[in-house]
Design a protein around this ligand. Sequence first.
Ligand SMILES: Nc1ncnc2c1ncn2[C@@H]1O[C@H](COP(=O)(O)OP(=O)(O)OP(=O)(O)O)[C@@H](O)[C@H]1O
Length: 303
Amino acid sequence: MITLDRLTKRYGDKTAVSDLSFAIRPGKVTGFLGPNGAGKSTTMRMIVGLDAPTSGRALVGGRRYAELRHPMREVGALLDARAGHPGRSAYQHLLGLARSNGIPASRVAEVLDIVGLGEVAKKRIGSFSLGMGQRLGIAGALLGDPKVLLFDEPVNGLDPDGVRWVRELMRSLAAEGRTVFVSSHLMSEMQETADHLLVIGRGRIIADAPIEDVIAGSSLTAVRVRTPEPGLLGRALERAGMSVEAAGEELIVVGGTMEQIGDAAFENRVRVHELSMRKASLEQAYMELTAASVEYGSPNRKA
Ligand SMILES: Nc1ncnc2c1ncn2[C@@H]1O[C@H](COP(=O)(O)OP(=O)(O)OP(=O)(O)O)[C@@H](O)[C@H]1O
């Protein structure tokens, strides 16, 4: 479990992270989303003690990173895929990390196999592709077999096979009961991987909710109804506080569940020929949520 308690980071007069309080729970993949410059990397760096908070606290298993007796055995992180010395082999790099953290050398070969770098263990890191670098970074995070894992943009530079592999790895780490906290700009990937979402903008929390709730909250999530009596049903739904768009025999209804709409049809003796969900994508829900907090936005960006 990761707990942030009023965590704040300022660089001069720039506030990168502002008064963040939340808990990231075990057994789930928690996606960390936000526009460029929102403060995601800064937050993750503070969790693993690479940056000191200006005020507030970031705790792993109830303790500050600096207070952890065996940090790598409690929290693993992939923050910068280009972190190793380019002249060292993947094996030497991980062995160095293992030795300085009291982790048995036998674990190095294990994690190299988990990430699929067993065959290139003796190659220089400098010769690695971006994707291989990501896999090596993930191996480093897994080295201490920690209960808490942080990944900043783990699929960056990976091919589709690698992206799928990362997704399956995250899911299996969470299924083992670990806390998995992962940032990404790839919404379609997040939709497949995360159970819970934390969305920040300009250093502040915009959403902290199960992914299903974030999608359900989008104005583009609606119920589609087909009925030979659209006028009658449409008026009944509007009286119940829902918003209704009608086109011929079709109604698109926002603000009501399928159950409520089905019941309203029954009460008004209206025949219904179709009742189906039209779910927003995570990307659509995300764009709406963050529309007001994009710092470096594209011209004419629409929610
Ligand atoms: N060392 C630093 N000195 C000054 N400002 C910094 C420093 N590190 C980060 N910032 C600023 O803090 C803000 C948050 O940056 P951060 O890298 O945490 O955002 P992010 O959400 O990870 O962005 P991205 O999605 O682009 O990686 C940005 O405005 C950034 O310019």
